[in-house]
Design a protein around this ligand. Structure first.
Ligand code: 5AD
Ligand code: SF4
Length: 471
């Protein structure tokens, strides 16, 4: 177990960052206008949460925010490395920034996140994108004010991409992007080393926040009126294992459920090897916990699960799902699936389809395997062609949509208590809401309902959403 003093960033170190924020703030204070920052986040909610902290620091340094890169003095891109496709998109967008920089040479371009936490990518940015000013890894997020100050005052490019086991910074400012939903990281990093996954290499070892800090943050969010709080971690079921005290994820859930306030609680992501019956029991008995379990299975083939280093079998997984269904009637189940893992045969793929049939997921996040250099799976022979993988992916999608539609049809005619999350994005519906199980509901109603729990009668559905009217 790591010494807690090495994990938690000291008050003295944090104070230094606050001093840097004040120094950058003083530079900006001398300007006759309010400088603007553009912040863009790719990938998972953890990245979104990191971006919200960097937004908090930018705000304290005197920046306002814009959604137009051309107006910004600081452009900050928080990148994702989970799949090659995400990396290519980011590289394309960084490429496009060169035009903005030519027009506005004072613009500072900063790139952080999982992609830049791989040395090869950091080197590529250094070599091929000379107009990028700051490159930093996930471990340096809390030092962003210092990196920006260095760039502003010394003019040299700043590269801080060193890797470490990872630490925890408490008490940094945050600007949240939503008034209804809030993210709360309860732990960082991952120790699982699934053979396809880059995350453990870029986000370091698992480390849990102190429960008191989590409770304090959630109490604050409840008091501010947030209605749905999502607890974040790569594997929330590991919460507390690195703390020398009597705490587990389930115990944490009971503690949070006891916090006063009218809010719902979600969590992601659970790893099936660590998800326990106690977790399901907590979901059944905690009134604030949404009855939705996102439990990524990745594959239905035991041979592939072993190759993936997932440490469970499809049988173990199905047993837990059975228990969840018995304990929580109407529980909504969702999952992640990877198609075309190296060496996956047609038979392995059929196993995945069979498992999906048995479970009955309301939604699946399906991905074609993407080779991540440096991971063990990248070394496994992969005879299947891209066409074969695409065909499997299409079959998977078809089955997923059929199953989702079947489950969504069961809602028609029922009344659901939903949380109105935001104004509707499409043309036909003014509001977007979510059921307790996380199903998206489109409906019409007054915008003042955003942030309220209301009863909605479900009238129609698609594989992706429900449609309803005020009950
Ligand atoms: N290729 C494809 N999908 C991946 N995921 C993680 N790594 C890869 C990869 N190399 C998927 C997994 C995980 C989700 C967040 O992303 O399904 O659960
Ligand atoms: Fe990646 Fe596996 Fe960790 Fe999830 S549990 S972040 S898939 S290594």
């Amino acid at each position: 177990m790591r010494n807690r003093d090495e994990v938690i960033i000291s008050d003295r170190e944090l104070k230094k960052q606050y001093e840097y924020m004040d120094r950058v703030g003083a530079i900006n204070g001398r300007k006759e206008y309010k400088p603007l920052a553009f912040v863009d986040s790719y990938g998972c909610q953890q990245n979104e949460a990191d971006s919200e902290i960097m937004q908090g620091m930018l705000e304290r340094m005197g920046y306002g925010f814009t959604r137009e890169e051309s107006e910004a003095e600081v452009v900050l891109i928080n990148t994702c490395a989970v799949r090659e496709h995400a990396e290519m998109r980011v590289l394309g967008n960084i490429g496009a920034l060169s035009h903005h920089k030519r027009r506005n040479p004072k613009m500072i371009i900063a790139i952080g996140g999982c992609m830049t936490s791989q040395q090869s990518m950091a080197d590529k940015l250094k070599r091929s994108f000379p107009y990028v000013d700051i490159v930093f890894s996930t471990h340096q997020v809390w030092r962003f004010p210092e990196l920006l100050f260095r760039k502003l005052t010394m003019k040299k490019r700043v590269f801080e991409t060193s890797f470490c086991d990872g630490r925890i910074a408490e008490g940094l400012p945050v600007v949240r992007n939503d008034n209804v939903n809030a993210w709360v990281s309860i732990m960082y990093g991952c120790n699982n080393f699934c053979s396809y996954c880059i995350v453990p290499y870029v986000r370091g070892r698992e480390r849990s926040r102190d429960p008191e800090k989590i409770i304090e943050e959630i109490k604050g969010l409840a008091a501010e009126g947030y209605k749905c709080i999502t607890l974040l971690g790569q594997n929330v079921n590991s919460y507390g294992k690195d703390l020398a005290r009597d705490i587990t994820f389930t115990k944490l859930l009971y503690m949070i459920n006891d916090i006063e306030g009218d809010f719902k609680l979600r969590f992601m992501t659970s790893h099936p090897k660590d998800a326990t019956r106690e977790l399901i029991d907590a979901m059944a008995s905690c009134d604030k916990l949404c009855k939705h379990l996102h439990l990524p299975v990745q594959s239905g083939s035991d041979r592939i699960l072993k190759e993936m280093n997932r440490n469970y079998t499809s049988g173990d997984y199905l047993k837990l799902i059975e228990y969840a269904k018995e304990s929580i009637p109407g529980i909504v189940l969702t999952s992640d699936i990877i198609v075309g893992f190296p060496g996956e045969t047609e038979e392995d793929f059929e196993d995945t389809l069979r498992l999906i049939e048995k479970v009955g997921y309301s939604a699946l996040f399906t991905f074609i395997y993407s080779k991540r250099p440096g991971t063990p799976a990248a070394e496994i022979e992969d005879p299947a062609t891209d066409e074969e993988k695409q065909r499997r992916f299409d079959r998977l999608l078809k089955l997923t949509n059929e199953k989702s539609l079947e489950l969504h049809r069961e809602y028609i005619g029922t009344v659901q208590k939903v949380l109105v999350e935001a104004p509707g994005r499409g043309e036909n519906y003014s509001l977007a809401a979510r059921t307790d199980g996380g199903r998206l509901v489109h409906l019409n109603g007054d915008l003042s309902l955003v942030g309220s729990f209301i009863d909605v009668k479900i009238t129609d559905c698609s594989p992706w959403a429900l449609f309803g009217e005020l009950a």
